[in-house]
Design a protein around this ligand. Sequence first.
Ligand code: 13P
Length: 275
Amino acid sequence: MAFTMLLWHPKVFAFMRQLRYSTLMKPLIAGNWKMNKLPSESETWVRELTTKLQHIDHTHAEIALCVPFTHIASMTNVLVATVVRLGSQDVSAHDSGAYTGEVSASMLKDLGVCYAIVGHSERRDYHQESDAVVCSKAQAALSHGLIPIVCVGESLTQRDAGQADEVVVSQLNASLAGISLDKADDLVIAYEPIWAIGTGKTATAEDAQAMCHTIRETLSNLYPNLATEIRILYGGSMKPGNAQELLTQADINGGLIGGASLKTPDLLAIVEAGK
Ligand code: 13P
C-alpha cells in the first residue's frame, strides 16, 4: 500500500514517466523523397538499404521512408518483413468520392502505409494549403490509423522579423484544432524552418532545440498527458555532419530528411548518429 502510494508521489511519478519516455520513445528517422526516384529503381534501392541496415546498429531508431504515391505498392512488398516503415507525402482530407487526383487515407492504409506527411511547406506554398486543410488531412489520417507527420515552420522573413515562435505556435494550434489523441504515438510533429529546406543552411542545434521546446510547450496545452511523449522531428538540410548535434537535443526526437535520404550512405549515417 505504502509502495503504491509512493509511486503516485509527483516526483516519483515524473521520474517513472521520464524513464518510460527515454526508453520507449524511439527517435524517428524519416526520409522524405519528395518527387525523386523512379518506381522501377526504388525497389532495388530499398533492398540495398535493408541489406546494409543489417550491418549497422539501428535498433535505437525507427526508420521510415515517405515516398511518392506511385512507389508505395511495389515498395510495400519489399519492406513488409523489414524494420523500415512506409509513409506518404500527403493524404486527402476526404474519405472517398469525386476528388480527382486525390489519394485517401484508407487507400494508403490498405497498402500498409504507416505515416502520412501533412502540411509540408512545399504543399502549403505551392498548393496553398491552409492550416484548416492541414488539420482536415491530419484528422483523415488519424481516422484511418495512419500517423500524421504534421509539418510547421517559419520563413526567413518571419524569423528575421522575430515572429518565428508566433508563426509556428499558430500553425500548430490551427493544424491540430479539435484533434483528439488516444496515445502519443499517434502523432508526429516536424519542425522545418523553410529557409533551411534544401538550402544547405541548417538551424543551429540551439535554435532548433529552442523551437522544438516551444512546440512541446504548445503540445502540453493541447495534450497535457501526452506531450512529453509526442515525437518532434527537425527537418531542413539534416546531413551526416550535423545530425548528431541536432538529434541529441532534448526536444528533438528524430529527423525529417529530404536530400540526404536519397543516398543510402547518408541515410545510414544519420540513423547511426541518432544513437
Ligand atoms: P532537405 O533535407 O533536403 O533540406 O529537406 C528537408 C525537408 O523538406 C524534409 O521534409
